[in-house]
Design a protein around this ligand. Sequence first.
Ligand code: T68
Length: 831
Amino acid sequence: ATPTQPRAATHPLAIAPVPSPPSSVDGFVKQFLLNLNFDRGVALSESSVTDQYFALAYTVRDYLMARWLEDQKRQRDTQAKGVCYLSAEYLLGRQLDNNLLASRLTDVASEAMAQCGIDIEALRAEEVEPGLGNGGLGRLAACFIDSLATMSVPNIGYGIRYEYGIFRQTFVDGQQVEQPDAWLTYGNPWEFPHPEAAQTIWFGGYTETYDDGGVTRSRWIPGWSVVAVPYNYMVPGYHNGRVNTLRLWSAGATSSFDLREFNSGDYQEAVRAQVFAENISKVLYPEDSTPQGKELRLQQQYFFCAASIRDFLDNVLPEGFDLERLPERVIFQLNDTHPVIAVPEFMRILVDERGMEWDAAWALTQQCFAYTCHTLLPEALEVWSVDLLGRLLPRHLEIIYRINEEFLLEVREKFGDDEMRIRNMSIISEFPQRSVRMAYLATVAGAKVNGVAELHSQLLRDKVLPDFSEFYPDKFTNVTNGVTPRRFIRLANPALADLITEALGAGWTVDLERLRGLEAHAEDPEFRARFAEVKAANKRRLSEVLWHRDRFEVSDGHLLDVMVKRLHEYKRQMLKLLHIVTLYERVASGRVAASDLTPRTFIFGAKAAPGYDMAKRIIHLINSVGSVVNADPVLEGRLKVLFPPNYNVTLAERVIPAADLSEQISLAGKEASGTGNMKFALNGALTIGTDDGANVEIRELVGDDNFFLFGQTEPEVEALWARGYRPAEFYRENDDLRRAMDLIASGAFSGGDRSVFEPIMSNLLYDDRFMVLADYASYIDAQERVDAAYQDQDAWTRSAILNVARCGFFSSDRSMRDYIDRIWHTPPAPA
Ligand code: T68
């Protein structure tokens, strides 16, 4: 048995008698003081805010512990089918409030802290959010594990415990400067390390063939190894007593490795080995949607996949489990291609280590894995050069070759010797260099392949993987993304949550379609007034946060127009900026009176990948336009541009509930789904958006009257490319556009320096891959409809309520139900 297999130890108590909720304030205080004294080693009177935060976190943990231990034991006993979610990213956000909410301890904890003379708000502010993800994909994983726990579905989330998460963004002279995210500096009260359960993960070396009783087999003689130490995190369900597990792996040196060096007297080498090994989980790659093909990244991917697969087979499954029955026990869900190396690893274990026949192993693999694709950008599809892969994982490369060989035989059988098609479908591409297409490998290996919104799944079938969808017509499916209403309504917007509960009763938090009940209330003037007051209060709260954080002031009575997401050209922050510059230029040139502007505050939040020059230039331009616009008296304070640095989950929870207008303006056919769009609509913002990703479904649900649609559709985009897109023509033919671009080009936002933003301007004029100029006129027009609609505040509020009422579909609980029905087939867990 491995160190994590249970021992036979028993005692009548079995689980320590920690008070379990609902609980008294006294009991909570007692437990808190125990933790403060015995774990932190300080007296209350001597304790720092950090001590108090840790003791509070430990106390919440204590209340969840019995349930966590029970759920693990029950799962060991019942071996119910569960989901292993494999994801290189989990963008969790702060844990304290979520865990208090899940365990019904929010009020008890506040009262207990008050009795100790502690301001719980100060403790909340003390928590550093774990930023172990880049954006949508990582946050989606966090929403999904929350929903699975809330629905009592057996689940282990597997990933990487990066020592440094997504960088902390600062601005120096308007330009992004990245700082390391040292989130573990003061320790982390939410994790449980298990160094005794570490795994050894091997890399490199070579393969050899050997004779196995007359059959020639291949085996891997690896060259070097690191250890993977599991860190467990509790994932509590909301009010159901369920606690699932998130298991993140941290890399370290193997003792044999550095001991050998140490014994030979080379201490420097031993330390170097240590550093080398620890590097593997050192830092999250900050590239979003542009894979870098770096060796360390592949090491990270294999590191966590190998550790997770082995953990599941050796520690989670009972000893002697019949692997033929694995599909009844588990599904490994691949969150994009980042964990696809788990497929050849799984095959290697079955075939090389467990002696299973290839065909039997492959049949199991094709039942036990499923793949979610999160992109449509061709440059975002991950490929690994055969060279690199073969050097790092030689046996896995052989396995991939064999998978490909047999797959292409099947293709020939079905489609004949159509060499063009064979080349197009091969998992190995030959140009520009021989490499492995990870999305193809995932598609061939997976039982199912899904996109993340209706439009995306359709384009995935028709445009990205057309040959595959013809070959495997039943493999492709859609699961539209969703977001957790616990974090993004209950925690982020308590005032709205209370208003909803008052109107609809409790229960909507786990059955979000019930929000439909608000439709009737939208017709009630008093309800509308209260809803509007909630929005106003959220704006005041945001205003305080931004003042405290960045010394920004948010003026009263402004329409809050928000665009928060990673900075990427396809998302088109430039289009938003051209709108702002247009409004400014009209007033500055005297063509429009400032008093005719709808007062608006524009809020941006966006990190750029550190190596993405154009994105960084656009950040610089946003800040530069902001400086000029915010300072120019000609606008009479009617336009403000705020760009708080370091947009993250914590800030999202304050910004989204305050927003009036949600900017979802990607070029049609480029944004796979979006999830921010759902969070805004559920918090009563109206969307201005293109027919892209999940915007399509939002608009269908809320209705055209409650959504500001603009821009080309995906087929129109295709048709314009086919005709020949010349952006300069749009520049020449649209006066407003020309004036706005000329103003930027003139150096008006760069102290007269015309060179700073020239690369952005010439890119727009002569390339404009994302058709900013083509959609400009339509966007400006839609913004004028926004201004007009905002004049009638009461009608606006009615629309906002209808957005909330009609977006219950976008709960991640519904996404989980869809995954269960269409892909996982995990039976409902016992209550
Ligand atoms: C996003 N993708 C999609 N990628 O862009 C978004 N990529 O439309 C969708 O809603 C979301 O996934 C959830 O499905 C990403 O966020 C990444 O973050 C990423 C990270 C590393 C490498 C490539």
